[in-house]
Design a protein around this ligand. Structure first.
Ligand SMILES: [Zn+2]
Length: 279
């Protein structure tokens, strides 16, 4: 997971990324309806899965899932509600879901089906989790931290919730989560938000670990080339390796967070090299 700046401007139009056409109008009208109906509101797919919205989300999130950073070209695409439209799983009291945020641009994220939907480990994944009935995928999970106050209506503060799920549009996930040599994420110093985010989305599932392998192998090969060029004092080869490593840091590439971790600590990933600083 990497930070995605929602105020980023499109380099071509110089404007903030936002759904084109009449989506804003459709979203406002659907929100008015939701605010009247509250918990009884049936989310309107024609608005929250509108093609203009999907196109804007794809651009904003570089065509990758906001959480697992896999490219969604060949995977099912979901529009994920960061705060769920239905009652949050952890909410014990009465709650109508975050009905007022169902069509709000800031609450909508580009996501794969595996991160967004609740999944039980299936035999097709053929991994260790099958034995433990590992359940992953966000669904309606949205747990609050200690002292957090649940927002129940449009005017309630979202900041006061102290949400545990790391928000890639508001903070740098790299402060909470890092990857190890086994390509699994872990919470830095065991922090609660990192742990909750990994567990809730299932980011340590072998499904994702497998997907990270090709990025890992490419970066490891480039780090070794960088190391050899440095030892041989071959400036041309060094520049070449640096250019290629820089390309891997392009947010359009998969698994940027892993690449950042590998450059910051090559030894951890099996390359005897000081941290590599690519400018
Ligand atoms: Zn995902």
């Amino acid at each position: 997971m990497i930070r995605v700046d929602r105020s980023r401007k499109c380099p071509r139009t110089k404007k903030k990324i936002y759904p084109k056409g009449n989506w804003k109008k459709l979203a406002s009208s659907a929100t008015r309806k939701a605010n009247k109906e509250k918990g009884k509101h049936q989310a309107d797919r024609s608005v929250y899965r509108h093609k203009n919205l999907l196109a804007a989300l794809k651009k904003l999130f570089f065509g990758k899932c906001a959480y697992c950073e896999r490219k969604l070209n060949n995977l099912g695409v979901d529009v994920e509600h960061f705060r769920p439209g239905k009652k949050p799983k952890e909410e014990k009291g009465k709650h109508n879901g975050y009905y007022w945020l169902i069509y709000k641009w800031e609450n909508l994220y580009y996501s794969c089906e595996d991160c967004n939907r609740v999944r039980k480990a299936k035999s097709e994944y053929d991994d260790e989790f099958n034995k433990s009935n590992y359940v992953f995928g966000k669904g309606c999970s949205f747990k609050l931290g200690k002292g957090g106050v649940r927002a129940k209506k449009p005017k309630d503060s979202l900041a006061k919730e102290k949400a545990l799920l790391i928000d890639p549009c508001k903070e740098n996930p790299g402060r909470y989560i890092r990857f190890g040599a086994d390509l699994k994420p872990s919470a830095i110093a065991g922090n609660q938000r990192g742990n909750y985010t990994i567990k809730t989305l299932g980011l340590d599932h072998s499904l994702y670990v497998r997907s990270r392998k090709s990025t890992y192998e490419t970066v490891k090969r480039l780090l070794n080339q960088y190391k050899q060029a440095k030892l041989a004092k071959n400036k041309l080869a060094l520049r070449h390796a640096k250019t290629n490593l820089k390309k891997m840091l392009n947010p359009r590439c998969e698994h940027n967070a892993l690449v950042q971790n590998m450059l910051a600590d090559p030894i951890m990933f099996g390359v005897n090299l000081d941290p590599v600083n690519i400018k």
